[in-house]
Design a protein around this ligand. Sequence first.
Ligand code: NAP
Length: 532
Amino acid sequence: MDDRHSHYDVIVVGAGLGGLYAVHRFRRDGLDVRCLESAAGVGGVWRHNRYPGARVDIESHDYCYYFSEDLYREWNWTERYASQPELLAYLEHVAERFDLNRHIRFDTRMEGADWRPGEKRWEVRTSTGETLTADFLVMATGNLSEARTPDFPGIDDFDGQWVMTAHWPEEPVELEGKRIGVVGTGSSGAQVIPVLADRAAELHVFQRTPNFVVPARNGAPVAEVINKVRADYATERAWMRAAGGNHVQYFLADFDSLDAEGRRSLLEQQWERGGHGMSYVFLTQGVFKEHNDVVAEFVREKIRETVKDPETAENLSPYDHPIGSRRLVIDTNYYETFNRDHVSLVDLREEPIDRITPHGIRTTAREYPLDLLVFALGFDAYVGAINATDIRNADGERPADGWQRRPLTLLGLMTKGFPNFFFLTGPGSPATLANLFAENEYHVDWVADAISHLRQRGYRTIEPTDEGQREWTAVLDKTSAPLLRRHVRNYMTHSNPDGTRYFIPYAGGLHTYIKLADEIAANGYRGFTLGQ
Ligand code: NAP
């Protein structure tokens, strides 16, 4: 690694998909950049979430970088939905192809950072005991990266092995013939469960809230789209941004213009297509409960058709939230897995986990003897990675100090009181509602352009104003106001003890977000204050 000094124009934290492009873009702009990465290699979440069955739920032709036409031409995906090993290989290829590794310090965690107002720079402490400084600090630490660790009583007494999907060990985990318990049935749980079932002697799935799960229909990459993009790259790239980073054609049919048979036919077509389109069969299903109910009941019927045991089918069927109001889970053989004799569903609503014992999991009803526990408990979304490190402004405050009631940001990129501190895909950006390759690329470009803007005009600092942040918060609330998903309890909503609940990401779509963020930049960074 090329490292001769300790002051940089920019320090980027994290060498996942956002951090890699950040290093590339900042280098291309002639900035002196250093990336800090706690792992031994690049990849971020696609390095850590190496559980069996891990794959992306957005099609490979979209879930990749668009910043380089050559890269898009030379990389050939092998599946419609890339698996974790293939995504990691792709990110490793990108790091080599663009000579990024020499700007990254691996095995180095950022322990904390302090803003030094006199020098107008960030002082960054690392796990290797060094102090580096930078004019700009860019957190590329992801919004679904800080995993929830299991804190069940008794976990330390468990005699077998326990693992987390979000930090699946690099060394092989013995699965063959084991009695395995999986806790958590979100996207990660639903992917790992069918694969574990192939190897386990017994598999017990501990489910707290059923999710709507729709088939991925994985297969060969969609050559039609890839060829189209390669044939007219510039147009397609521009279109990707204008369309929100997605080539999927959703039905978005007018619910009222169809009769029951017409609706059913579209739902069947979408079920056969697979993927996220089930959230967008009717234009209004995310807003009107009665429209949503038709889609939800269609999926519940599919569950009843697939799962042979009626009681298990009922326990797997979600009734407590509208379909698409939590992230739709995209799977291969999830419901089918519950027809296997050695697989059981444990409904935690009926029998909550009491504790982990040396021999397994004890619920309020009985003990399940197990050799291996797999926790797929999700993430401290949006703010977890920012809070996990000790970042302090000039007054010694941390970003979350002002976020008790809800995260407050401008564009989900910066927060007031923290000059020159950017977080990619943060709270208040489209974040988990967007294709994260597309959003990270856009965010990095926005930050890089902002830095050039400052430097060309002799400014040294940028941070949101109170008013800018208030206006953006109003935009967030207005955009999410009509949506059913705003009322749902999951990682996308921030709930307070007094009952107030806020939807965290920007819900208007990446394409609309890009227009708003471009406008803010074009208007001299309206809502931000630029300082000398
Ligand atoms: P998640 O959707 O938040 O699911 C976490 C699961 O753990 C839920 O079933 C949750 O139950 C359960 N859980 C948490 N704490 C528990 C406890 N104390 N006792 C029992 N159950 C508990 O997390 P995830 O599955 O990792 O997915 C998160 C997001 O990551 C996804 O929405 C997606 O955006 C992304 N992701 C994508 C892919 C993909 O591309 N295919 C794969 C994995 C993840 P409750 O629902 O009751 O809280």
